[in-house]
Design a protein around this ligand. Structure first.
Ligand code: DX5
Ligand code: ZN
Length: 219
């Protein structure tokens, strides 16, 4: 089990402090949300954030969640910036392009993941599961932190896990959106292994306490 904090809803002027505090609480991977203002109605970070992250914290994993439909510009830029893992949305491009970018990431030695929006058919995983290390199921509609977890998510997690077990059991299943101690436990029960949490970790009490609560919930 792994918790990957999303810094999207942390205080943007204190990102270094937030990351250091989470790392001190045994976090080894961060989830960096890239929003292009077009694929999703919000803007966030560019490649410089990832480059600075890797320079300051080379021992931590940078998982880049790319919410953009201009992969031709951004995939190479985030690879260059040092992303350890790049998560691409199924909905962001035609299937042929997605296959192209998954192959590109393989040649660059960057791990690849596929992200599905809440309404996207789980069956699309059949085609892509052999080519990815990770599948991220969105448990909210992407674009903003602090949204409510969608109630049908656990059933989708179970269905995805079953499908992946048939095709490529090594694929790790991740969830993102509205994750707190309660919903994380539900997702864990359904078969998720990696838990992205933003507001629950950075918008409440002490970062260490919030991580501790989440850790207990998915134990
Ligand atoms: C939403 C992002 C999430 C978001 C999670 O589009 O992909 O990673 O930051 O935030 P919370 O945990 O607040 O839902
Ligand atoms: Zn995300």
């Amino acid at each position: 089990m792994l918790i990957a904090p999303s810094i999207l809803n942390a205080n943007q002027l204190k990102l270094g402090e937030a990351i250091s505090q989470a790392a001190a609480a045994h976090i080894s991977r961060f989830h960096l949300d890239i929003m292009d203002g077009h694929f999703v109605p919000n803007l966030s970070y560019g490649p410089a954030l990832v480059a600075d992250f890797k320079q300051s914290y080379p021992q931590l994993t940078a998982e880049v969640h790319l919410m953009s439909d201009v992969p031709e510009t951004l995939v190479p830029a985030f690879v260059e910036a040092g992303a350890d893992l790049l998560l691409l949305h199924y909905e962001a491009m035609p299937e042929a392009n997605l296959l192209h970018w998954l192959d590109y990431l393989a040649t660059k030695g960057v791990k690849a993941g596929l992200v599905l929006n809440p309404k996207t058919d789980i069956a699309v995983l059949t085609k892509f599961a052999p080519k990815v290390a990770q599948v991220l199921l969105m448990t909210v509609f992407p674009g903003f932190g602090g949204q409510r977890f969608l109630k049908d998510a656990p059933a989708r997690i179970t269905a995805a896990r079953q499908l992946l077990d048939q095709i490529n059991p090594a694929v790790q299943l991740e969830v993102d959106g509205g994750i707190d101690a309660t919903t994380a436990a539900q997702c864990r029960q359904a078969g998720a292994e990696i838990f992205v949490a933003g507001s629950f970790i950075f918008k409440k009490g002490s970062i260490a306490d919030q991580i501790q609560q989440l850790t207990q919930a998915i134990r």
